[in-house]
Write a protein that binds this ligand. Sequence first.
Ligand code: SF4
Length: 327
Amino acid sequence: MEKKRIVSGMRPTGRLHLGHVHGALNNWRSLQEDYQCFYFIADWHALTSEYENTEIIKKSTIDIIIDWITVGLNPEESVFFVQSSIKEHAELHLIFSMVTPLSWLERNPTYKEQLKEMAHKNLYTYGFLGYPVLQASDILMYKAHGVPVGEDQSPHVELTREIARRFNHFYSYVFPLPEVLLTPEAKILGIDRRKMSKGYDNAIFISDPKEVVNKKVSEMITDPQRARRSDPGRPEFCNVFTFHELYTDKEKVKEIDKGCREASIGCVECKKIMASHLNNALSPIREKRAELEAHLSIIENIIDEGNKKARKFAQTTMEEVREVVKI
Ligand code: SF4
């Protein structure tokens, strides 16, 4: 039986960090078992905010594909492609933009939030307002049954469903309505206890070398109430402990929990233990990255192959679209 399809993408605006691993990539990896996955580099989406700083886009495209492979995404099972290489996305975006009421875009909650969050950039552009329409074309092009997203992105999938409904109503049934596949929340925070983000300069990157990881972990903010070594700590309020839960074996985690509450372990020691476990987990990822960086033609071939598969699918969809739109 043919597997159901899902589509998801990432904007190439820098290297990926542990927030991406626990917030998306681990989920993407397990979805590969049950779905035919189309994972893409959303470089046109990157342009919506990075139109003045485009150098980062190409470099990040390669970096991100390497990150995907090193954390276990498999280009033989899934289709990895680059959005701007499949020009059909632009055509579908244009057609959808004709049928999408402006009010749907203006009321999009993430639009307003991002305008505020990225107040240092001029995002009052036509492209930025319309990015959910481009997202709809990315998803519907492959007639996706589902879209793995975090809670904050689910309004976009709802908008995609609205656009599909409206298109199907005006012309003919072409697009199935994709479901939201909610990704479990990533619990880990950045080293300053805010959301992990490249923009906040608080991220531990997948490709960080051992020394950099050690330094960042040593700077991590712990339980804010544990001011002195002799104060008992509260692991449930400590981000270092959250990392332990992900990277340290269960027995040791119990021991640290107890030691923290009794103040028999200090934060410096606790962080060193965590950093060593985190480095152990990242070590095979670094080795794989070094291997791929030495053979970049492998990555280029993966992108070419993925683009071919995606293009073939997209061309078929667009033939259907043009036929029903009669254009
Ligand atoms: S001992 Fe460890 S878990 Fe406890 S507050 Fe310090 S860093 Fe956090």
